[in-house]
Design a protein around this ligand. Structure first.
Ligand SMILES: Cc1cc2nc3c(=O)[nH]c(=O)nc-3n(C[C@H](O)[C@H](O)[C@H](O)COP(=O)(O)OP(=O)(O)OC[C@H]3O[C@@H](n4cnc5c(N)ncnc54)[C@H](O)[C@@H]3O)c2cc1C
Length: 576
């Protein structure tokens, strides 16, 4: 069975679970009708199935390579990328004034997830451009926007994001790339950047790098960082890709997975760049790009998980092994209780993560359409959860996918292991999942827990309101929201940030567990309303009865503070 984009699931979640109808009722998105939404999902799904999915294995087996300083992408990637660009999929949510479709982020999010499931290593490329488009829309001058946005949105030019340096990974403030004014409004950018995704390619006319660098005399740390746009080819007087700039790809990394995506070491030698945003306002501008990219990376995890799930399901429906204890089964390993547990876990986790991601996108859309601070706060609190839970879910699901395959799971020809290898980095790039948890329990609770409380209140009152429809599930979700609220209040009450950070990861996981249960409950109620007792109700039961209880253990862990962690001295970690 080849990959089939989960179009129906996205449509169901948008229409029944995450309040997308509210987005389409706003003036800004009033043209996004139900029919248009369905058409977008269906057409994107078709490209995923027919054009992108066949590239998945090729990218793994025929990695991107550096040939005499020129990046060569895997066979077929140029055609795959052109299909994405020509379909307008880079600019689904970009400004129509520059050629974008101006559609909700909820649709971009659904499309990105499906494309990640089809071919993750290629999908990284348009995702980088999308982040750059958003940063330029918000922070670039009119002149820069006029030249670059139409090219990036049409996909003729690609965008990248250059933060990392050897000594500056999670600590971006340690970067040393410098930018000196040329006296004509441009800057000379010099330094080395590492791990740059799609640092170059052989299919776009130009590659535009957003580079974080330091101006002369700028203070140390993140405060002194500015953002520069540094194209591979300088635009000529007609705004077309012209003379080569002073930059090059030095090497490509040999990675665990994601082989189709060239991860470059970039060298800038006095390359011409333009300041984006304010001097020393680089982090603010970069955060625009990063928030977008964090949602995008979260759904990369979910997409890869979906691909792994579909492959595992196909195997479980074919592989015969042993006699099952059930009657009238399928006659294959799907009849074994443990295999069914694995498949149900994969499917239920993916539904939870997908719903959380689409809820975050809806909050982003509502914030843009209404300008209301509450929606912005909702999107802000959900973003690190989507990034970390989406990618952790992808990793977990892909790993279970290998297990479902048995020995064939580690034989590369099946492609099951590729999902596991490809998705692994999603928990690391775009801010590691540890950093995401610190963002959640640090910055995102700085409002005293107001935004988190509003979300918990929403879950709780919903559970209360459906007690008559799904009593047991509603009761379990209601109780879980109370436990989560206690955990959140404990976090807010900690003045010692190390105590918060020590429990950040389990707190984020517990928050996601409860959110996932809430969205499963909504799905079950929607299906009940349609007169059904089908797959969504059964899946919700599985998630709420079996997976949701983990939140209690996670919150116990989250509330344990840092003392016992640091009671272990560095010397106690030695080999004994
Ligand atoms: C395939 C790939 C593609 C990438 N693409 C890009 C790209 O396009 N552009 C770009 O700029 N970068 C890119 N990166 C870099 C990526 O963003 C970094 O790898 C990531 O931010 C982590 O930085 P690091 O590797 O230096 O790890 P480190 O920062 O050294 O982290 C090591 C460990 O320490 C933890 N840690 C570090 N600091 C803290 C802290 N303060 N508190 C708690 N824990 C901490 C981390 O969570 C992690 O577990 C890419 C990386 C890879 C592997």
């Amino acid at each position: 069975m080849s990959f089939r984009a989960p179009v129906t699931d996205h449509g169901f979640i948008l229409n029944n679970v995450v309040g997308y109808d509210e987005v389409t009722r706003t003036e800004r998105f009033s043209e996004t009708t139900e029919d248009l939404t369905a058409a977008i999902l269906t057409e994107a799904g078709r490209i995923c199935d027919d054009v992108l999915a066949p590239l998945q294995r090729i990218g793994d087996e025929d990695p991107a390579r550096l040939d005499n300083g020129v990046v060569r992408t895997p066979e077929g990637f140029a055609e795959g990328y052109n299909a994405i660009a020509e379909g307008g999929w880079v600019g689904v949510s970009a400004d129509p004034a520059h050629g974008g479709m101006g559609l909700p982020m909820a649709l971009t999010t659904a499309v990105n997830e499906m494309m990640s499931g089809a071919c993750l290593s290629l999908q990284v490329c348009p995702l980088m451009s999308q982040g750059q488009i958003e940063a330029l829309e918000h922070h670039a001058s009119e002149e820069i926007r006029a030249v670059y946005l139409p090219k990036l949105i049409s996909g003729k030019w690609c965008g990248t994001m250059n933060l990392s340096e050897p000594q500056a990974g999670s600590d971006v403030g340690a970067l040393s790339t410098r930018a000196e004014p040329n006296g004509d409004g441009t800057y000379a950018v010099t330094g080395q950047k590492i791990y740059i995704s799609w640092g170059d390619n052989d299919f776009s006319e130009n590659v535009c790098h957003l580079v974080l660098a330091r101006l002369p005399g700028a203070p140390a740390g993140t405060k002194g960082i500015s953002l520069f746009l540094v194209p591979k080819r300088l635009p000529d007087e007609n705004g077309e890709a012209g003379a080569a700039n002073s930059l090059q790809v030095v090497s490509l990394e040999h990675k665990l997975g994601l082989h189709g995506s060239p991860t470059a070491v970039m060298q800038y030698d006095g390359a011409t760049g333009w300041l984006i945003g304010e001097e020393q306002g680089g982090m603010a501008a970069m955060f625009t790009m990063m928030n977008n990219a964090r949602l995008g990376v979260g759904v990369q995890g979910i997409g890869a998980g979906e691909g792994a799930y579909q492959k595992a399901l196909a195997h479980a429906l074919e592989r015969k092994q042993g006699r099952s204890l059930i009657e009238n089964g399928n006659g294959t390993i799907i009849d074994h209780a443990d295999v069914r547990r694995m498949l149900a876990t994969m499917r239920a986790e993916l539904f939870a993560a997908r719903s959380i991601a689409l809820a975050c996108a809806v909050a982003t859309d509502m914030s843009r359409a209404t300008g209301e601070a509450d929606w912005a706060a909702r999107a802000a609190i959900l973003t690190p959860i989507v990034k970390a839970f989406g990618t952790d879910t992808g990793i977990k699901v892909a790993e279970i996918g290998v297990q479902v395959h048995g020995g064939m799971g580690v034989v590369e020809e099946t492609g099951a292991a590729q999902f596991s290898r490809d998705v692994r980095v999603t928990a690391i790039y775009e801010g590691t999942n540890g950093i995401q948890s610190m963002d959640l329990v640090g910055r995102k609770l700085m409002d005293g827990g107001e935004a988190a409380s509003a979300l918990i209140d929403e879950m709780q009152s919903y559970a209360e309101s459906v007690r008559g429809t799904r009593p047991r599930m509603a009761e379990l979700v209601w109780t879980a929201t109370e436990t989560l609220r206690e955990g959140m209040e404990w976090m807010v009450s900690q003045k010692d940030m190390n105590a918060r950070f020590a429990g950040g990861v389990p707190f984020l996981k517990a928050f996601a567990r409860v959110l996932g249960a809430y969205y499963h409950l909504r799905a079950a109620v929607a299906e009940t309303a349609e007169g059904g007792e089908g797959a969504r109700v059964k899946l919700a039961r599985f998630y709420i009865y079996r997976l949701l209880p983990e939140h209690e253990a996670l919150l116990t862990h989250a509330k344990s503070g840092a003392e016992d962690l640091f009671a272990l001295g560095v010397e106690d970690f030695g080999v004994s």
